[in-house]
Ligand binder design. Structure first.
Ligand SMILES: [Zn+2]
Length: 143
């Protein structure tokens, strides 16, 4: 999660919402890391999780990441949760809760939905205090 928080901080410096994600292989190696780049790429889908999953899949030469873990500093949105399910990620560790846009414990609750093809193990609140502080500072500085 420290690496994901590092990616989140770097995203904030780039003027992006500070969210970072890391994908870890079944052998415990970091295979991809990314921060939000929606502004830079002019792409509303360029969330940290999507970018990290894309990079990890490219690296693996597969559209599935069976047995991989994803660490992300903020509760994934519905789009990212769907991507996580499609990639067959084994475990998701996330930091801050996101009542506004989250799609795991809030809103669409993608993994609890009957259409979910794959349900990862989910662990929330990991490094939450730091992830929340990053987001709070970022939005406070925008006002
Ligand atoms: Zn997302």
């Amino acid at each position: 999660m420290d690496q994901a928080l590092e990616e989140a901080r770097a995203a904030g410096v780039r003027g992006e919402v500070p969210v970072g994600a890391v994908v870890v292989s079944p052998r415990g190696q970091i295979v991809a890391r990314a921060g939000n780049r929606t502004r830079e790429m002019s792409d509303p889908t360029a969330h940290a999780e999507v970018l990290a999953i894309r990079a990890a899949c490219a690296d693996a030469g597969s559209e599935r990441l069976v047995g991989h873990d994803l660490y992300v500093t903020l509760e994934p949105c519905a789009m990212c949760a769907a991507a996580i399910a499609a990639a067959r990620i084994g475990r998701v560790y996330y930091g801050a809760s996101d009542p506004k846009s989250g799609g795991v414990a809030h809103g669409a609750r993608v993994f609890s939905h009957s259409q979910a093809h794959h349900v990862p193990e989910v662990y929330d609140g990991i490094g939450a205090a730091e992830a929340e502080a990053l987001l709070k500072d970022f939005f406070a500085s925008r006002r």
